[in-house]
Design a protein around this ligand. Structure first.
Ligand code: PMP
Length: 350
């Protein structure tokens, strides 16, 4: 092996869900929202003056940051925007996890966490979920270099209430605790109300799920001013202009039209409840979901078999080959019509 080869950073990358080019498939594999963005977002997009693209965007994304601050009732200096929550989480890992002690997150959670830890050389440990796929709070009572909890968790969809989050925070006053709320708008209660009490809490949100804007790539963190300043210092050490001009505009308009998104979330929740019922009739066990997806296993048919069979029929869901969860399918909640097609295909395994 040549010297330069030895100097190449070797990492095992995160593998995102497929984005197939095929038309006419039913895409229930990456937890996108089946409904369009708010009408005001579409209208604004159609009227953006593309001549403005010759200029750099506002590096502070102030139009977006101020709209988010107003919506959440925090100061603009408490918001850090990024290119999807993946970007925000990545910067948070780089900013906050510089200890020799391991960062803790569950063995079954968003699988990008361990990829960021690996690429940034952050030591980490992954306490196991219990037999019901719940996070065990006591596993996070020991010394650590940071804690990351997705709430609701992914891919289990299980939500833990604020007492649980508060308990984790109370036992981790010496570390940064990241709560990834990618799916919080589908029935959970946000940890936002805990921000004033815990200066070490970082809440991360995304526009990719409840805001129907996965394609524009917007995420953000909400935290104390001290933590947001630290994230900005790291960001400005890598790339000043992360947020492009259209995403700043459209992200602001989206949050200013949040009533629309509340209605969309209610529709998704109603379809989810119907889905859970139908899947039970079809021989599936579903973990309790407060997300825009369900995590379900069939009483007798292997997850991989079902995954492949559905894909052949043009219905894409997500399957993970990890030992503990390989009999589960993660199924995004689509429209009622899309879910009907799924149920129809699953009838033959009943
Ligand atoms: N956190 C969790 C728990 C997720 O499931 C996802 C979606 N893959 C993300 C963060 C990242 O979403 P995005 O980068 O689209 O905001």
């Amino acid at each position: 092996m040549s010297t330069w080869q030895k100097n190449i950073r070797v990492v095992e990358p995160y593998v995102p869900g497929e984005q197939p080019k095929l038309q006419n498939i039913i895409k229930l594999n990456t937890n996108e929202n089946p409904y369009p963005p708010a009408p005001a977002v579409v209208e604004t997009a159609q009227n953006i003056d593309m001549n403005r693209l010759k200029l750099y965007p506002d590096p502070t994304a102030s139009r977006l940051v101020e709209a988010l601050a107003k919506f959440h009732g925090v100061k603009p200096t408490q918001i850090f925007p990024g290119v999807g929550s993946d970007d925000v989480l990545s910067i948070a890992f780089l900013t906050f996890f510089n200890s020799d002690k391991p960062v803790l997150f569950p063995d079954i959670t968003y699988s990008f966490y361990k990829v960021w830890a690996a690429v940034y050389r952050i030591p980490y440990e992954t306490p196991a979920l219990d037999e019901n796929f719940n996070i065990v709070a006591e596993d996070y009572y020991r010394e650590n270099g940071g804690v990351v909890i997705a709430n609701p968790n992914a891919p289990t969809a299980i939500y833990r209430n604020l007492d649980f989050i508060r308990d984790i925070l109370d036992h981790n006053q010496d570390s940064i605790v990241i709560v990834d709320e990618a799916y919080i708008d589908f029935g959970g209660v946000s940890a936002l109300t805990l921000l004033d009490e815990y200066e070490n809490l970082v809440i991360v949100r995304t526009y990719s799920k409840s805001k129907s804007m996965a394609g524009i790539r917007i995420g953000y963190a909400i935290a104390s001013e001290t933590l947001i300043k630290a994230m900005n210092d790291v960001k400005y050490s890598i790339n000043s202009y992360t947020m492009n001009m259209p995403s700043i505009e459209l992200g602001a308009v989206a949050i200013e039209n949040n009533d629309y998104y509340d209605e969309v979330a209610q529709k998704v929740i109603a379809t989810r409840e119907r889905t859970v019922k139908r899947l039970a009739e079809l021989g599936f066990e579903c973990l309790d979901s407060k997300a825009n997806f369900v995590f379900a296993r069939h009483k007798s048919i292997a997850g991989k078999t079902l995954f492949e069979e559905l894909k052949r029929e043009g219905v894409y869901v997500r399957h993970f080959d990890d030992e503990r969860i390989n009999d589960f399918l993660r199924i995004t909640i689509g429209t009622d019509e899309q879910m009907e097609r799924l149920f129809e295909l699953l009838e033959k395994y009943r």
